[in-house]
Design a protein around this ligand. Structure first.
Ligand code: ZN
Length: 288
């Protein structure tokens, strides 16, 4: 089949040619999908849109949108999910520090962290899965954080799913499981000065899932989830204080599993990684 060179020009109005801004194209596209789900015919969809916007996409454009042949954003934000470790890593981060949000018509996937190498690795993975150039990082000197942000409606919608829905991508193979766990621990993991390795989150089901993966794929022993910090308690972070808005739980990686954790999962973040190396060596001294 032959695709029209620029499908977005096929919006029809009384005065034929019309350039529709990107935000409106995305809005119309989402409306088309919704109306079709409700069972409306192409003609009816066009009628509803004409009444609302004063124009409507052609029937052939509607058909291509619905069959996934074209997306209103063109190729700039194209994302086709493939089971690769980079995707698993981004999913792991998303369930931790990473955030996805919408502002107006923008769909953003963002990360902010004090650890430069964490933000760099996240950006590398996002760029691989979006097949895009690397994004510019910027630093918030006041909070001593590095930020990165990518925009993609499709990746946004993909990451909005629950961890239950994303299981198949996470558990594609051991390498993907390992990347997911590394992303999660880069976000939520903590190594105390005494070498205790924990991961914190307010979702006990998610923590249970992480425990299951550690045990099933790498025979890494953990305990928990344990209730750690209670809702309403204070958080002190780099000189600022916040009030916790939900209970916080953690899982604990047993000291006899630290070496396996380093070998099969590990941290991207150097300061966590170094502490863990020290802890594993002191554990070995105790064992011997
Ligand atoms: Zn895989």
């Amino acid at each position: 089949m032959v695709h029209a060179r620029n499908p977005r020009e096929r919006f029809e109005t009384p005065s034929t040619k019309l350039t529709v801004p990107m935000e409106i194209r995305v809005e119309v596209y989402e409306r088309v999908k919704l109306l079709r789900q409700k069972g409306l015919s192409y003609s009816k969809i066009r009628q509803v849109l004409s009444e609302k916007y004063g124009f409507a996409p052609s029937k052939s454009l509607i058909s291509e949108w619905l069959r996934g042949i074209h997306h209103p954003l063109g190729s700039a934000n194209r994302f086709v999910a493939e089971p690769i470790p980079e995707l698993a890593y981004v999913i792991g981060v998303k369930f931790g520090d990473g955030s996805i949000n919408r502002k107006g018509y923008n769909r953003r996937i963002r990360l902010q962290s004090v650890d430069h190498e964490f933000v760099v690795e996240f950006d590398r993975c996002v760029s691989v899965i979006l097949r895009s150039k690397r994004h510019a990082l910027w630093s918030d000197n006041k909070r001593r954080e590095i930020h990165v942000e990518a925009r993609s409606v499709l990746l946004f919608n993909f990451l909005r799913q629950s961890f239950g829905d994303l299981r198949g991508w996470v558990e594609h193979c051991r390498q993907c499981v390992s990347a997911f766990l590394r992303g999660f621990f880069d976000s939520e993991g903590s190594v105390s000065k005494q070498g205790r390795l924990t991961a914190w989150n307010n979702d006990t089901a998610l923590l249970g899932y992480v425990r299951g993966l550690l045990s099933k794929y790498f025979v890494i022993e953990t305990t928990g989830p344990h209730l750690g910090k209670i809702k309403g308690s204070k958080i002190e972070r780099r000189g600022r204080s916040y009030v916790r808005n939900s209970d916080s739980y953690h899982i604990y990686v047993r000291s006899n599993s630290i070496e396996k954790f380093i070998k099969y999962v590990g941290f991207t973040i150097e300061r966590k990684s170094k502490r863990l190396e020290v802890a594993s060596k002191s554990n070995c001294l105790l064992c011997n």
